[in-house]
Ligand binder design. Structure first.
Ligand SMILES: [Cu+2]
Length: 170
């Protein structure tokens, strides 16, 4: 995720430099730079946003690039989930849950496709993203829970055993 921000900033500074050069050439190049996927999907001005990338083309490769998310407790936080998987059978989500409840939450969400594979009444779920299709990035915002150790998973059917991490608030 750091790479994305770095690339975006780089692209913006290139645009700024070109602005001081010949008008026609500079603006054409700016347009080309600003429409690259990297800069289009990742805004650089959301300082309270944590970017999580889901990768892997199949069930044995799928994973989150982030294994541990540590944030202040009781704070509004935006999560951006980018799905870089290339296989159409690899939609993903991210659900923040009570520690040790991954199986329970995952199994419980199987019949709730319309709610992104999360049971809306599941008390073990703190917050969750919508399902993100391949090539998409989706954002969601929630208030982080009281200081403690939690977990995050992808609750898409069959994914939570591989796609998981620690969520810590302090
Ligand atoms: Cu997944």
């Amino acid at each position: 995720m750091t790479n994305h921000i770095t690339l975006s900033v780089l692209a913006l500074s290139l645009i700024a430099c070109n602005g001081g050069q010949k008008d026609g050439f500079g603006s054409a190049e700016s347009q080309e730079l600003s429409t690259t996927p990297v800069t289009a999907t990742i805004p650089v001005d959301q300082s309270d946003t944590i970017y999580v990338v889901a990768t892997g083309a199949n069930m044995s490769e799928m994973r989150f690039d982030t294994k541990r998310i540590k944030v202040p407790a009781g704070k509004e936080l935006t999560i951006a989930l980018e799905n870089q998987s290339t296989d159409a059978t690899m939609p993903h989500n991210i659900a923040f849950i009570q520690e040790g409840t991954a199986n329970e939450v995952g199994q419980g969400g199987l019949s709730f496709k319309e709610n992104g594979y999360v049971n809306p009444d599941d008390k073990n779920v703190i917050a969750h993203s919508p399902v993100v299709q391949i090539g998409e990035t989706k954002y969601f915002t929630f208030t982080t829970p009281a200081a403690g150790d939690y977990a995050f998973i992808c609750s898409y059917p069959g994914h939570w055993g591989m796609m998981k991490g620690k969520f810590i608030t302090e």
